[in-house]
Ligand binder design. Structure first.
Ligand code: GTP
Ligand code: MG
Length: 137
């Protein structure tokens, strides 16, 4: 079993898609081991996305990710990181496969409904960014 970290982004929360997305996550065999509704500060988003700070969309990304609450969660499953990225689909929903979470719930390449960690190492870093040890089960 390994773990991945996800956020249901502000666009998904605003549109009332928390339930629909969590249902698909559960149906795909992921166990929720940590979860909360929270809002990132500008400093949080700049830190979380520091790897993208040279990209032209960085300002837009920080603005978007801080504009409202998100659902942060840690998910457990065999092969969690890779399987979750398959479940969410391509970054740009226009290119996401049929049936994926981004295909169903995302709006655009920026407002793409969900985050999924890109490696086990980053999953652990991102989980620790949002949760204390006592909040993970
Ligand atoms: P995450 O799971 O959120 O990390 O997405 P990803 O791994 O599929 O994409 P990546 O890490 O390359 O980009 C991180 C996030 O930046 C994306 O999910 C988008 O929200 C945002 N992003 C990426 N490319 C663009 C872009 O061209 N324009 C805008 N506005 N946002 C972008
Ligand atoms: Mg990424």
């Amino acid at each position: 079993e390994n773990r991945t970290f996800t956020m249901l982004k502000p666009d998904a929360v605003e549109k009332g898609h928390i339930g629909g997305i969590l249902e698909q996550i559960n149906a795909s065999g992921f166990r929720i081991v940590a979860m909360k509704l929270t809002q990132m500060t500008k400093h949080d988003a700049e830190t979380f996305y520091a790897v993208h700070n040279e990209r032209p969309f960085f300002g837009e990304l920080v603005e978007f990710m801080t504009r409202g609450p998100i659902v942060a969660a840690v998910l457990e499953k065999e092969n969690a990181v890779e399987d979750f990225r398959t479940l969410i689909g391509a970054t740009n929903p226009a290119e996401a496969a049929e049936g994926t979470i981004r295909k169903k719930f995302a709006t655009s390449v920026g407002e793409n409904a969900v985050h999924g960690s890109d490696s086990e190492e980053n999953a652990a870093i991102e989980a620790a960014f949002h949760f204390s040890g006592r909040e993970m089960f």
